[in-house]
Design a protein around this ligand. Structure first.
Ligand SMILES: C[S@@+](CC[C@H](N)C(=O)[O-])C[C@H]1O[C@@H](n2cnc3c(N)ncnc32)[C@H](O)[C@@H]1O
Length: 231
């Protein structure tokens, strides 16, 4: 996978999520020890929605973040968008949600149409990170918020060997057993290690125009949440 770029990489990502869609949520719960539920709540909290807010959950997958937002703000207009139809099809079984087929690099929404945009484990996958940030900036209203949850390269510390073992052995083995696709769960450490650092992500967000950019590390530094505001 590491050698793929552009459309070829996007196609690989789509096929991979199509293959694992059915077991995706279960695998998330298992490999994070259920912690991802807490991180999603934090993402929605940082989006600072109100009753009538409009929210885009980009790279929504099966819609977990969108559903979390609706549980807290039932009146909000929440759209889940993704370019892998099978993920959204699986998500539809978990309850009705406004799903939209969309590529993060060419969003089918007008300028300034959402109060907030959130994403969970999307940004590591996009083939052009800067373009994805610029598109999210474009569709946000002035004062709108972006919140990004993703895995990140942890700093070296005493636990590094255990983290390495979890990422390179436990997750691919579990993923292989549960989804039949060990590949997909080798992709996770590979893309995490190849992804920008938390500091670099923050400066990319500023370059896209976001103000008040900040971030928080979680889970021994292997997960990060970034946020920012459209000027
Ligand atoms: C790891 S899953 C995350 C799903 C969900 N957001 C969550 O928090 O569990 C990544 C999702 O991003 C989607 N994705 C990757 N690249 C995309 C792109 N360029 N445009 C839209 N969706 C994309 C994939 O199809 C997949 O459903």
């Amino acid at each position: 996978m590491a050698q793929l770029t552009g459309n070829e990489r996007a196609k690989y990502v789509q096929e991979m999520f199509t293959r694992i869609a059915r077991r995706y949520d279960l695998m998330n719960r298992l490999m994070t020890g259920g912690q991802d539920v807490r991180w999603r709540k934090r993402v929605i909290e940082l989006a600072r929605l109100d009753e009538n807010a409009s929210l885009l959950d980009l790279g929504t997958g099966t819609g977990d973040l969108a559903r979390e937002a609706l549980a807290e703000f039932p009146q909000a207009r929440v759209v889940g968008a993704d370019f892998t139809l099978e993920m959204m099809r699986v998500g539809r079984r978990a309850g009705l949600l406004d799903f939209s087929a969309a590529d993060a690099l060419r969003l089918p929404f007008p300028d300034a149409s959402f109060d907030a945009v959130v994403s969970g484990f999307l940004m590591r996958n996009v083939v052009d990170l800067q373009k994805a940030l610029e598109e999210q900036y474009r569709i946000l209203k002035h004062g709108g918020r972006i919140v990004i949850l993703d895995t990140t390269r942890p700093k070296k510390n005493i636990l590094s060997p255990f983290i390495w073992l979890h990422m390179h052995f436990v997750i691919p083995t579990l993923g292989g057993l549960l989804t039949g696709s060990r590949d997909a769960y080798r992709y996770l450490p590979e893309t995490t290690e190849g992804f920008v650092t938390v500091e670099e992500m923050a400066s990319r967000m500023e370059k896209a125009g976001f103000l008040k950019v900040g971030f928080q590390r979680l889970m021994l530094g292997t997960i990060a949440i970034h946020w920012g505001v459209k000027a």
